[in-house]
Design a protein around this ligand. Structure first.
Ligand SMILES: CC(C)(COP(=O)(O)OP(=O)(O)OC[C@H]1O[C@@H](n2cnc3c(N)ncnc32)[C@H](O)[C@@H]1OP(=O)(O)O)[C@@H](O)C(=O)NCCC(=O)NCCS
Length: 316
């Protein structure tokens, strides 16, 4: 097997690397939007050393591997990433590349290594065979607005609350109370929160700069925002929208406000953006109650990401 270490990747290497990662993605995550080149190439920038290996195949690569060696070797884990073309799997290429990566991590003085896998793909038996154990799973859920009727839930209207909504940055007169509601997401009692009116506006401006549309529905109680939910519809692929933050302020919980605002949002998106085919949410951003709300609205499990850790001494 011809394995080449790449010290200083040129544009052609990065293009071939991206083509391989895209082909693997298409095979292992069917139906998912392909990664964009910025995402693939972004992995080569940022702090810390990287070692890269490629296996030439035809005009491009049949397999690639990287190990990222960030920060202090005594405290930070190495991060290993290996991709093998579907047609070249089960020939020992993955194992050979894992040996190179593990060796580089050991030589750098690392004691542990991280890797990621999508549940249900060959990466799971591969990593588990060689000493990785699953640390964390993140479940994504998806809802198809065309398949659900949220009208009954959108009509819940808990007494004493009314709905408001806006697109883009929060209107100025609500910026302070919205920042207070955002702080409720942290769910901690330390008092200080990273959210204030300026940060809320800057976050919304960043979404607009990317060319995406931000929708917010909030439940108002007097002049206080008791709960809210946000959806972002990407400018380039509006078919798949993403759930952003949802929170209900602690003293307003238990009144089905979370379900109400999310159902009202769904009605709005169905009406305003009929091109949205799917809305995706990630449960690392949601708590247990929000998962129950998501299920009540009709969200279905989409995929599960697993984060793996190994002691490099156990790796081949
Ligand atoms: C995971 C991956 C890198 C494995 O590459 P590969 O070249 O097929 O791996 P190998 O041939 O070296 O397999 C070594 C062993 O892993 C295990 N394994 C690999 N694929 C497996 C599968 N589909 N089912 C069960 N076991 C599997 C087997 O024990 C295999 O040994 P065997 O073939 O003698 O039974 C490849 O499937 C891939 O590119 N996946 C997508 C990218 C990814 O998710 N990478 C994350 C891991 S860093």
């Amino acid at each position: 097997m011809d394995i080449r270490e790449v010290d200083d990747p040129q544009d052609g290497d990065l293009d071939a690397w991206h083509s391989l990662v895209s082909a693997v993605h298409l095979h292992d995550h069917p139906g998912d939007p392909a990664p964009d080149p910025g995402q693939t190439i972004g992995r080569f920038s940022g702090g810390g050393a990287r070692r890269l290996w490629t296996v030439p195949h035809g005009d491009g690569f049949g397999a690639v591997a990287s190990v990222w060696l960030p920060g202090d070797p005594a405290v930070r884990a190495a991060e290993i990433d290996i991709h093998v073309l579907p047609a070249l799997r089960r020939r020992g290429i993955g194992l050979t590349l894992l040996r190179r990566a593990a060796d580089a991590a050991r030589r750098d003085g690392r004691s542990s290594a991280l890797a990621q896998a999508l549940a249900g793909t060959p990466a799971v038996p591969f990593l588990e065979r060689y000493g990785f154990r699953c640390l964390l799973t993140t479940r994504s859920l998806v809802l198809r607005p065309g398949d659900v009727d949220p009208s009954a839930q959108a009509a819940l209207n808990p007494e004493g609350y009314r709905l408001i909504r806006w697109t883009g940055p929060v209107p100025d007169h609500l910026a302070v109370v919205f920042a207070q509601a955002k702080s409720a997401m942290a769910d901690h009692d330390e008092g200080d929160s990273a959210w204030n009116a300026d940060v809320v506006r800057e976050t919304a401006d960043a979404v607009a700069k990317r060319g995406d549309d931000l929708y917010t529905v909030a439940a108002l109680h007097g002049s206080v925002i008791a709960g809210f939910t946000e959806i972002v519809v990407p400018g380039d692929v509006p078919e798949r929208a993403f759930q952003y933050d949802t929170a209900v302020v602690p003293e307003h919980r238990g009144r089905r406000i979370g379900l109400w605002v999310k159902a009202a949002m769904l009605e709005w998106i169905k009406d305003e953006r009929p091109e949205v085919v799917e809305i995706e949410t990630d449960n690392s951003h949601d708590n247990v109650h929000m998962l129950a709300v998501n299920e009540a609205l009709g969200y279905q499990p989409l995929r599960e990401f697993r984060e793996y850790l190994a002691s490099v001494a156990d790796l081949p």
